[in-house]
Structure formats: C-alpha cells, structure tokens
Design a protein around this ligand. Structure first.
Ligand code: ADP
Ligand code: ZN
Ligand code: MG
Length: 479
C-alpha cells in the first residue's frame, strides 16, 4: 500500500445495558448495588444443578420498550440460547442469551442503524486482590454473585460510525434515550452501561469492510473516544507499512491509554450455542407491545426536533435542552406560563440558569418558579431591567429558601396591579428590605434595580408586571 492512501474509520458498537428491574433475569433475587458481597443469591443464580429459570416479565417489558424506542421490529417469538464458555464468574458454564432470533432487530437511532437488541443475563463479578480490603492474599480473586443474573439488554449497531467523536456523540444520544425511557441507570463508571467498539479502517471511497478488532473495557466516554482513536491510528500505521490488521480482541488500559491484545477473536461456533431447553420461546403479545408503547415518553430526539420546529430554537440549543429532560420540562413550563416572554429568549436564559445550578441539578427542585423565570425573561426582553440586573434577579430568585410563604400567599392577593394597592405595598417592602439598592437607584445606578425587582418578583411569584414595578419604584423614590 502506498503511504498516500487516506483511510476512513468504520466503527460498530456493542452496548450492554443493565436493566433496572426489581429482580434478576431468571430468578427472584433482588438487584443490588453496593451491598455486601453474596447476599443476593439463590440456587439459580449460583448455578446449582436442578434449578429452573423463569423469565422476568419486567425485563421483557423493558427490552420491548428499548426496541420500540430504537425503531426496531419486535419478534413475535424469540428464543433464548445457551452460550457456553468457562470463566470463574459464570458458575453454570453457560450464559443464557439470545442468538439467532433476538427480541428486537432492524432499528435506527440518529444516523446509526441498529442491528439487534437481545436480552441476556450478566455474569458475577470477580473481585481481585488489592481491589477490595476483603481479600488479603495477593494471588487470590474472589467472586461476588450479587451481579450474577442481572438482566442485560445487548444493543448491537451496524458499522455506521466513522470517527471516535461520532461514536462518542452517538453513544450519548443512546444513553440519553435509554435514560429518558427509564429502563436503566446507564452509568458507564458504575458499569450499568458498557460499550465495546469494533473498529476497522478502509481506503476512502472503498465500500468493502476491512478486518476489524474489538475493543473492550472502555468505561467512560472519554476512554471510548481515546481507545478508538488509538486503534484507528494503529491500524492505519500497520496498513501503510504493508502489514495486515489481525482480527483480535483488545483490552483498553485507562492508565496508559494503550490497547493490549487479550485473545484472538472467538467465533460463534466456539460457544456451542444451543436453544435453552428449560425455557419455552418468548412470545411478545399485542398486549405486551401496547403496554411498552404506552410506557414510552416523548423521546429526546423527537423533543429536540419539536423545540426546533415549534419554537425556532437552534439545533444545538434544542438538543442541550431536550437531552436533559429536567431542563426541557422546566423550559416548557416557563414557555407555558408565558408571561409574554418569547420561547427563544427563555431558551437563551436557560443557559444562565444552568450555570447557576449545581452540575446536573434539576431546576424544579430550586426555589425558582417557571412563571417567575418567564416573567424575568420578558422584563429583560422589554428592557424593564437590564441584562445584568436580570442576572442579579435570577440569583435572588434562586437564593430564596423556599420555606417562607410569599407575600402573595400570606396576604391572599390575586393578580397584582398598582390599582389594587397590593403591588405598591410590596414595592415599599422591597425598598425597605434593601435600603442600599434603593439609595443606588435614587443616585441613578439603574443596575441596582435588579435586587428590588427580584424581591418583588419573588414575593409575587412573578405575577407582577415589570413595567409597573419599575414605575412604582421610581414613584416611591421620587425620581
Ligand atoms: P462478530 O461475528 O465478530 O460478532 P458481528 O458481525 O456480529 O461480528 O458484528 C459485531 C459488531 O461489529 C457490530 O456492531 C458490527 O457493526 C461491527 N462490525 C462488523 N464488521 C465490522 C467491520 N469490518 N468494521 C467495524 N465494525 C464492524
Ligand atoms: Zn437468584
Ligand atoms: Mg457478535
């Protein structure tokens, strides 16, 4: 091969998702995270002979929900198989999985086609010496069977991704979607979302697939991108120097960022798949499909598209909001409250709001009311308060401890206007509560209007008219 050939990465992902069911896939043991080892076990998930599996209906329900959310066809009858191999975390000597007839197939999420989604059980967890204070001898490992039999959905994509960054972004879309439908915690660090990447390269313009390698153990979004980049570079270097890429499984070491060979690639026949004789085929009835459909919320991608077309938000802003349901909900509540604010302006101010919240916090749990937020945005838009003052008002509205009844509640005031006298009283209270700000406004510093307006907004839960507040403040200060 000539050194001048340009190569295109080709990537397909295999994702394991731990389902958030109450009990395990084939027995009644509870799922647990962080409990002492080996407290959630029974003869079935310990692999003792003479026990029989029973399919967890909730796991099937979640599996169908995933399939529908990913636009898949749901097989009316799917089949569980035994996948046989030896490993100390697999006491039965086989994993119950699905093979030639998976529960879901042929879907699409974003630009990536979904090959299949099937249900299976997780293995137990090996605890190596050093990783836990419980094992002291350096050459020992122990097995924690709490994880054994945890329900998994395995999602397999077609090789439709073409860069490490695209893979990372798409995995985020998948995670957001799975989180929104509530079937899993989808936490990579904790192992409830695990992603293997299949990577090959091919000359740009070629439609044939090159030989792929499989990358394991990339347990964060950053590592996933890092591992894929390293592997693409390695393969391109090999091909440019005339050496072949060998089909093998590589292990990603987060410490060094390096990939090391684990084993040459296994083939399906190595696993001696055969139908699980202790389980009848899994029949997905119309009622089950209907129940799964009914349980699906609006999906993040659809919501982003709606924000884009209905409210005219940018692509990026639509996704920022829609991919975090708690932000999207708050945004929509504020838009619904209206208060004369434009949805686009509300969306822009959501950014200022997010900056003021703890990472990942839900604004609904802050003292800020969507209505006050909308009212604030409108006041900035119609220049009742400046942008800077608006930020200060936001700070004030967020600082409120939430336990104190507002004046509106205490006094039972309805919609407020100056004529009713209620608003004038609250403005007076604001001036009294913050004499500093009052003095500054009197001296002509209009930025200091922010805290005063904030006070009135808080006390009226955003029901007061910004222009009126402004007028009353001036009137009462005699300016
Ligand atoms: P295997 O038989 O090795 O398990 P599959 O055909 O089942 O391979 O595909 C497993 C995963 O690897 C899928 O996500 C698929 O999209 C991806 N894949 C298959 N061939 C390639 C390739 N040449 N390059 C990159 N990814 C690939
Ligand atoms: Zn059990
Ligand atoms: Mg495979």
């Amino acid at each position: 091969m000539s050194a001048s050939v340009e190569y295109e990465p080709v990537i397909g992902l295999e994702i394991h998702v731990q389902l958030k069911t109450r009990t395990k896939m084939f027995c009644g043991c509870e799922l647990s995270f962080g409990d002492p080892p080996n407290v959630h076990t029974c003869p079935r998930c310990l692999g003792l002979p003479g026990t029989l599996p029973v399919i967890n209906a909730q796991a099937v329900h979640y599996g169908i929900m995933i399939g529908l959310a990913l636009g898949c066809e749901i097989a009316p009858r799917s089949q569980f198989h035994r996948k046989n191999y030896f490993y100390p975390d697999l006491p039965k000597g086989y994993q119950i999985s699905q093979y030639d007839v998976p529960l879901c197939s042929s879907g699409q999420l974003g630009d990536v086609r979904i090959h299949r989604v099937h249900l299976e059980e997780d293995a137990a967890k090996l605890v190596h010496a050093g990783a836990s204070g419980r094992i002291h001898s350096a050459d020992r490992s122990a097995v924690d069977f709490n994880r054994s039999g945890t329900p998994l959905a395995e999602i397999v994509t077609e090789p439709d991704l073409h860069s490490a960054d695209d893979a990372r972004e798409w995995l985020n879309l998948l995670r957001t979607t799975l989180r929104a439908i509530g079937v899993s915690d989808v936490n990579m660090e904790e192992g409830s979302l695990r992603c293997d990447a299949n990577v090959s390269v091919r000359p740009v313009g070629s439609t044939e697939l090159g030989t792929k390698t499989e990358l394991k153990n990339m347990n964060s979004f950053r590592f996933l991108a890092q591992g894929i980049k390293a592997e693409v570079d390695r393969q391109v270097d090999l091909l440019r120097s005339g050496r072949p890429v060998l089909q093998e499984t590589l292990h990603f070491d987060p410490a060094s960022g390096r990939l090391t060979s684990m084993r040459s690639k296994e083939e399906a026949h190595d696993y001696r798949y055969f139908p699980e004789p202790d389980l009848v085929p899994l029949v997905a009835t119309d009622e089950m499909l209907e129940a799964a459909r009914a349980a699906l919320p609006e999906l993040p991608q659809a919501r982003a598209e709606r924000f884009l077309t209905r409210f005219g938000l940018s692509d990026e802003r639509s996704r920022e909001l829609a991919f975090r349901p708690e932000l999207a909900d708050f945004f929509e509540s504020a838009v619904e409250a209206g208060e004369g604010a434009e949805p686009q302006a509300i969306a822009n101010w959501m950014q200022a709001l997010v900056e003021r919240l703890a990472d990942g916090a839900d604004p609904a749990e802050s003292p800020l009311e969507p209505r006050s937020f909308a009212a604030l945005v409108r006041m900035v838009s119609d220049r009742t308060v400046s942008r800077d003052a608006g930020r200060e008002v936001l700070d004030i509205l967020l600082r409120e401890d939430g336990s104190r009844a507002t004046i509106v509640e205490r006094e039972g005031l309805g919609a407020l206007s100056a004529d009713e006298g209620g608003l004038a009283g609250i403005v007076a209270a604001a001036l009294a509560a913050d004499p500093d700000a009052a003095a500054q406004v009197r001296a002509g510093n209009m930025k200091a209007m922010g805290p005063l307006v904030g006070y009135v907004m808080r006390e009226t839960k955003g029901r007061a008219d910004g222009g009126e507040i402004n007028r009353l403040v001036r009137e009462q200060l005699g300016i």
